[in-house]
Design a protein around this ligand. Structure first.
Ligand code: SF4
Length: 420
């Protein structure tokens, strides 16, 4: 019996994209395709690159994490599917078997082994991208865009790396140094530059639905993380100076703060939602994969702080992000996808039942991270993870409007909110 189950699970993990689509008729095929493209990455052919119009399309702008080929090149920022689903995906070396973006019969298409799967569009370039702040910095280096939101990465350093305890899948510091050297991006954003760029971005009608801030953790201060909180408050107040009302649609992805720190963020700024990423929903794996978070806060306290944040920001406005699939990393991760899924969803239910949402991104083993040589799980795994998280939100009637396909676009599980 156990052997039969094991064989069945192995078979599931080898299913092709079309087989996975047949296995999950309740999940939109384009959302499944998004997951597989994020899982495997993309390669742009010469024809695909020659279809880029720099006056219309958004080229890769500064980002907090690096790409799978560890290069900074003027390629399309990313892709949109024909139903508006956004795919956040990096250029990937051909030997890793990525999807291929090509031009066939005048259309930009996504192909796999020569077969055309879908037409795709490059992301549209925002109106403010080529403008400069009064201090002379290119505005796309201050705020970067997704099809639906504005991203502010206020600092590209994470203090967990100071004693080499950064998260094992993360390449923030390697990538930050590369962006500083090759693009000359500022080490830390100035509130005035952020104010001016936001003012310009908001002039574009009908495009942006939310503002997201994130950066590495900063452990410094009278209480640990006080400096991180202070800087976020400064930047949020600079953003808020553009609005006539106190609150504006916004998400902060940051360290797990104390109630005192969270109350300051809520009361002194226009922030409307708060996310502190546990990254992996298992205490032992958290200790191994996120040693800095474990050292400074710990898994249980991190969870407690998330639960307490619901009292401050309100139900439906607090979440934790996980790096979907990293729970299978070798050698300490789960040996089977079945066990990994069951454990992750059980822990997710504990959080969701207490008002803390859980959303995943697809784990990409990046070359600048410790997990560079690992392999992410199967497509079937990611589809079941997306379904499982979505079903838990439905079970507990917990909305995730602030981080769904309209405001974020990077979580396959919150793409499923459109089914409600
Ligand atoms: S907290 Fe972890 S994932 Fe976030 S920037 Fe620091 S090392 Fe990277």
């Amino acid at each position: 019996m156990a052997l039969a189950l094991q064989k069945e699970n192995e078979a599931r993990s080898n299913l092709s994209y079309f087989e996975v689509v047949r296995e999950h008729p309740d999940v939109p095929p384009l959302v499944i395709l998004k997951m597989d493209v994020q899982r495997r990455g993309v390669h742009y052919t010469k024809k695909a690159l020659s279809a880029v119009d720099e006056s219309v399309h958004q080229l890769r702008s500064p980002y907090i994490f690096g790409s799978r080929d560890a290069q900074i090149k003027p390629v399309p920022e990313s892709l949109l599917l024909r139903d508006g689903t956004s795919i956040l995906v990096d250029p990937t070396p051909l030997e890793q078997n990525p999807y291929v973006v090509d031009v066939i019969d005048g259309q930009v298409v996504l192909t796999d082994q020569g077969e055309v799967l879908e037409t795709v569009e490059y992301w549209p370039k925002p109106d403010f991208y080529d403008k400069k702040t009064s201090s002379g910095v290119l505005m796309s280096h201050i705020i970067s865009a997704r099809p639906q939101r504005l991203n502010i990465f206020q600092s590209g350093f994470c203090h967990f790396w100071a004693n080499d305890k950064g998260c094992r899948y993360c390449d923030i510091v390697t990538h930050f140094k590369q962006q500083r050297a090759e693009l000359g991006i500022p080490a830390k954003l100035s509130p005035q530059d952020v104010f001016e760029t936001m003012q310009e971005a908001l002039k574009q009608p009908g495009r942006f639905t939310g503002i997201c801030l994130t950066s590495g953790s900063d452990t410094r201060g009278a209480e640990p993380f006080d400096q991180e909180v202070d800087f976020y408050i400064e930047i949020l107040q600079a953003i808020g100076a553009n609005f006539k009302v106190k609150k504006f649609p916004s998400q902060l992805i940051a360290s797990a703060f104390t109630e005192k720190q969270l109350a300051r963020l809520y009361e002194e700024t226009g922030l409307t939602s708060y996310t502190a990423d546990l990254e992996v929903l298992n205490e032992e794996l958290f200790n191994w994969i996120c040693p800095g978070k474990a050292e400074w806060i710990g898994y249980r306290e991190w969870k407690n702080r998330l639960i307490r944040a619901v009292d401050i920001f309100g139900r439906g406005n607090v979440s934790t992000g996980i790096v979907g699939g990293v729970e299978t990393a070798k050698p300490k991760g789960f040996g089977s996808e079945e066990a990994a899924l069951q454990s992750t969803l059980t822990e997710a239910e504990d959080l969701i039942s207490q008002g803390v949402n859980v959303a995943f991104i697809v784990w990409v083993p990046r070359p600048g991270s410790y997990f560079r040589d690992q392999k992410n799980p199967s497509l079937d795994y990611f589809v079941r993870l997306a379904k499982g998280l979505h079903q838990l939100r439905v079970k507990y009637s917990l909305p995730i409007d602030f981080d769904d396909y309209r405001r974020c676009g990077n979580h396959p599980d919150t793409d499923l909110s459109r089914l409600l």
